[in-house]
Design a protein around this ligand. Structure first.
Ligand SMILES: *Cc1c(COP(=O)(O)O)cnc(C)c1O
Length: 425
């Protein structure tokens, strides 16, 4: 860790906390982060010469593994033609056509530079379209660091939100209603009280930012029906799940079509891309056609678009979803068996290439359940795994990701390490 420690010491002097995104700081698992020198396939190579089997996959984007050749080559080709034009370019059209083709709800799409920008813009658009102000979001769902969405539940019976970060005006936060996930009664009550003022409900397609939480049977259709009844915009945040769990995202899997959806991560092939799209009637409210302003100097950037096109084309060619799901199911079952043999309760929710570890007795259905799981166990497993060449996300409340570069051999090796890590608890 010597070189990483040196770099981190330098970083802390010039970058707050030494990181450009807080979860990278290892605060929740303890210790200090390693620096990555390069990444290839399913492996990270650290600045200290360690080789790690990576289950973070750059927090989702690297579905074909790191430094995937076709994506790499597409970016290199685009690079030869210039890095940014400030005019429309052909790549934008091609990627937009693919997204409209693949994602059920998307009739028109706009490219942005991050998932945060995508959800922020979708919320503004929903408010502009409906002429209403209030939003519903769910405890434990993360939608990027958008002011209106960095909001937590108010105390007691109050459903009106409180700021979940310093710097967010309470006056703004109170327009956001925060509900427990998977609770249809709370949803019905909030709609009954605020339905006429509700611009939008935003929900992670599968909540995956406090570990992976799956919707109860019928929950998403119920939400869709309520939004229809009250003419509120349903925004599905597929930043993490889009193109990762199916070509058309969770909306394709669950058969629930939102009015708008936010995308990011996989869509950019590891370059900074986000996107939001949906019904034509709503999207046409955006500038320059309509009154809702939204813009971006680097939006639709040719390098980023080239990476996205190559990434999606590869998904179309390989159709890796069934294979990734089998891999995920296998790993989840190894983890469950290890915990059972050790006599420690462990929940491993898994869908396709996403899974997480909750040290808890019962299925985790919401934020409450997630946060009452044993994070000390997770942290010990994390540390043991890292010491033995396996990198899990550095927080109990993140999701693990698989990619097509996780070969059976790597999965076997990781299974052995994770089994030993659980046995060592
Ligand atoms: C990562 C994430 C975001 C934010 O995307 P950034 O690119 O980090 O701004 C938004 N929503 C969900 C569901 C995410 O997982």
């Amino acid at each position: 860790m010597q070189r990483s420690t040196e770099l981190f010491d330098r970083a802390k002097k010039v970058i707050p906390g030494g990181v450009n995104s807080p979860v990278r700081s290892f605060r929740s698992v303890g210790g200090s982060p390693f620096f990555t020198e390069k990444a290839e396939g399913a492996k990270l190579y650290t600045a200290d010469g360690q080789e790690l089997i990576d289950f973070v996959c750059t927090w989702g984007p690297a579905i074909h593994g790191h430094n995937c050749r076709p994506v790499h080559d597409a970016v290199a080709q685009a690079l030869d033609k210039g890095t940014s034009f400030g005019t429309p370019n052909p790549y934008e059209v091609e990627l937009a056509e693919m997204v409209c083709d693949w994602v059920p709800s998307v009739e028109m799409v706009r490219m942005v530079n991050s998932g945060t920008e995508a959800t922020m813009s979708a919320v503004r658009l929903a408010r502009g379209f409906t002429g209403r102000t209030k939003l519903i979001k769910f405890a434990g769902c993360y939608h990027g660091h958008v002011d209106s969405l960095l909001v937590k539940a108010g105390s007691g019976a109050l459903t009106l939100g409180n700021p979940d970060s310093a710097g967010i005006p309470a006056d703004l936060a109170r327009h956001t209603i925060v509900l427990p996930y998977n609770d249809t009664q709370a949803l019905d009550a909030a709609f009954a009280e605020h339905g006429e003022d509700l611009a939008a409900v935003i929900v992670e397609s599968y909540p995956a930012n406090c570990g992976l939480i799956l919707p109860d049977e019928g929950y998403l259709p119920h939400l869709r029906a309520l939004c229809d009844r009250y003419q509120s915009v349903l925004i599905l945040d597929e930043v993490m799940t889009g193109f990762r769990l199916a070509k058309g995202g969770v909306q394709e899997i669950e058969g629930v079509t939102p009015d708008l959806c936010a995308m990011g991560k996989v869509i950019g092939g590891g370059l900074p891309v986000g996107a939001f799209g949906g019904k034509r009637e709503i999207m046409e409210q955006l500038a320059p056609l309509g009154p809702v302003y939204q813009a971006g100097t680097l939006s639709g950037n040719p390098l980023a678009m080239a990476a996205g096109i190559a990434q999606l084309q590869l998904l179309a060619e390989r159709d890796p979803y069934a294979e990734l799901d089998q891999m995920g199911a296998r790993l989840a079952s190894v983890l469950r068996t290890a915990a059972e043999e050790k006599g420690i309760p462990l929940q491993v929710p898994q869908r396709g290439s996403m899974f997480s570890l909750f040290f808890a007795e019962d299925r985790v259905r919401n934020y409450e359940d997630a946060t009452s799981s044993r994070t000390d166990y997770f942290n010990q497993v994390f540390r043991y795994a890292l010491d033995h060449g396996v990198y899990l996300p550095p927080s109990a409340f993140e999701t693990c990701f698989l990619c097509t570069a996780h070969t059976p051999d790597l999965i076997d090796r990781a299974s052995d390490v994770l089994t030993a890590a659980i046995k060592a608890l």
